[in-house]
Write a protein that binds this ligand. Structure first.
Ligand SMILES: Nc1nc2c(ncn2[C@@H]2O[C@H](COP(=O)(O)OP(=O)(O)O)[C@@H](O)[C@H]2O)c(=O)[nH]1
Ligand SMILES: [Mg+2]
Length: 189
């Protein structure tokens, strides 16, 4: 899952890295979302994700290990779509929480959600131009993350950067795997 606040770069990330034509469900922002979808810092944003973004990426691993194919689900950032999060997290291997340092508090909901779900996740700080820069440990502290949760920087527009981020997530998820059995995909909790 790719989560994070409105405008944190989720759709950009899925589009940058997907090896299939990404399925994006962008809709033009209308006056009805005024005051709900807060545009401070992303004034040029004219569309928003209404269902989810979907993409796919293959991570090659050294033989004899098989390659890892990740299905990427970019979740809508707004609270009003939280039921989609429940459906997606039931079968998810892990999550990337994209954080924008201009609105770091927007990452809180996703962090709290994945902690509660015990889904392995990392925080990827999307380095926007002119956004304040912090040490990764400062971000870890501000988001009240434990020492095990990785915090990385990422440019959601850059395929290599996103690939590195997803590789870090897979490593993290594999180390967490034995401790956190997940509901098998398709099974109803
Ligand atoms: N400078 C910069 N802009 C970005 C980056 N990632 C996304 N953007 C821009 O930020 C805006 C919001 O991104 P979007 O992917 O739609 O956010 P979403 O709401 O999380 O899906 C878009 O105009 C992107 O082009 C980044 O890493 N750096
Ligand atoms: Mg989006």
């Amino acid at each position: 899952m790719v989560a994070g606040g409105f405008g944190a770069g989720k759709t950009t990330l899925v589009s940058a890295v997907s090896e299939v034509r990404p399925l994006l469900t962008e809709a033009v922002l209308t006056q009805r979302s005024e005051g709900i979808d807060v545009l401070a810092g992303v004034e040029s944003k004219t569309t928003t994700t209404v269902a989810m973004d979907f993409g796919r990426i293959t991570l090659t691993t050294p033989a004899p290990a098989p390659d890892i194919v990740l299905m990427l689900f970019g979740t809508p950032g707004q609270d009003r779509f939280s039921s989609i999060w429940d459906d997606l997290s039931a079968g998810a291997a892990g999550a990337v929480v994209l954080a924008d340092t201009r609105r770091l508090e927007d990452a809180f909901d996703a962090v709290a959600y994945f902690e509660q779900q015990q889904l392995p996740f990392l925080v990827a700080v999307n380095l926007f131009d002119h956004a304040p820069r912090y040490l990764l440990d400062e971000i870890r502290h501000a988001l009240r993350l434990d020492d095990q949760t990785p915090v990385v920087t990422c440019d959601a527009r850059d395929r290599h950067s996103v690939r590195d981020t997803l590789t870090a997530l897979v490593h993290h998820a594999l180390t967490r795997l034995p401790a956190t059995p997940r509901t098998p995909l398709g099974a109803r909790p």
